[in-house]
Design a protein around this ligand. Structure first.
Ligand SMILES: NC(=O)c1ccc[n+]([C@@H]2O[C@H](COP(=O)([O-])OP(=O)(O)OC[C@H]3O[C@@H](n4cnc5c(N)ncnc54)[C@H](OP(=O)(O)O)[C@@H]3O)[C@@H](O)[C@H]2O)c1
Length: 272
């Protein structure tokens, strides 16, 4: 930030994977109308143009909306980091992103200094307010900190939901001042089938998705649920108001079974 302070992100943002075409753009605009103020996109989602359109059409000041994008795996060569980010910013119709992440670590760990330094250089040029990573393990984060130094990586975006709680990774991030954004916070909708979560939801007059989101927020995460339904988008954002009690948090802690949904064979790292 211009004054040197680091601005926290809204705890509940909008996931946009699959939100392409006119329907995707309309859904993003609707979400901004519902008071979402954080949008998560990626070069690989093919919808940065929709984000730019929705932000523009919302009439909201750019400074009120937190935009995250991610550098695609194919753009990790150092010169491609800045070139591809330049194209992303054009599509997003903005001259900066609030947060730019490396979407997936390169399988060849030797290349890490090159693409991380290129990302830092892009930030230094004003293209990103903050930089971070996604799908990085503890070992990869340790290496990243060796390369960039402490307090540079703002956030690590990883899969977290009640069935994959990623506790060791989250604890490492907390100890090193790295925020964690949990993706797939409602486990693609599967939280609705869990009796413990359903019971807690009933007690609060809430929905299972709201319980999963409230759990993540109370655990100190930010989350980016996605939905095609306006009703679900509204309830997901409202989950920020729900407070679970300590027994309920413990009951959800017991649901961890290491169930990973996103695990692409060709690029996934050796998970924690
Ligand atoms: N960094 C990465 O590698 C990575 C990987 C995966 C995802 N992400 C990000 O994380 C975002 C979220 O992930 P995701 O969309 O795959 O999973 P998700 O948000 O956990 O689940 C979306 C699914 O859950 C349903 N759902 C959402 N809210 C609901 C509610 N309140 N009640 C009932 N069902 C609900 C949706 O159905 P309806 O449409 O019917 O509501 C949709 O089928 C993505 O959009 C993307 O931005 C990042």
């Amino acid at each position: 930030m211009e004054d040197g302070t680091r601005r926290p992100m809204p705890r509940i943002g909008l996931g946009t994977f699959g939100k392409s075409g006119d329907i995707g753009a309309a859904a993003m605009l609707a979400a901004l109308g519902l008071s979402y103020r954080r949008i998560d996109t990626a070069q690989g989602y093919g919808n940065e143009g929709n984000v730019g359109k929705a932000v523009r059409e919302s009439g909201l000041p750019r400074s009120e909306i937190h935009v995250t994008t991610k550098i695609g795996y194919e753009n990790l060569r150092p010169e491609r980091v800045a070139e591809s980010l330049e194209k992303s910013l054009q599509a997003l119709r903005t001259d900066y992103a609030d947060l730019v992440l490396i979407h997936w670590p390169h399988r060849d760990h030797e290349t890490m200094p090159n693409y991380l330094e290129a990302l830092r250089a892009a930030k230094d040029r004003g293209m990103a307010r903050e930089i971070g990573v996604s799908n990085f393990t503890v070992a990869l984060l340790k290496r990243s900190i060796e390369i960039l130094g402490p307090d540079v990586i703002f956030d690590n975006q990883v899969e977290v939901h009640p069935f994959l709680q990623n506790k060791a990774l989250r604890s490492f991030c907390a100890d090193n001042g790295i925020g964690v954004t949990g993706y797939m916070p409602v486990a693609g909708g599967a939280v609705a089938d869990d009796p413990t979560i359903r019971g807690i939801a009933t007690r609060h007059g809430a929905t299972p998705s709201q319980v999963a989101i409230a759990w993540a927020v109370q655990e100190g995460l930010s989350v980016i649920p996605s939905s095609r339904s306006r009703e679900h988008l509204a309830e997901n954002l409202a989950a920020g108001e729900l407070r679970l009690d300590p027994e309920e948090l413990l009951a959800i802690a017991a649901l961890d079974r290491g169930h990973r949904i996103i695990d692409p064979e060709t690029i996934a790292p050796d998970w924690d």
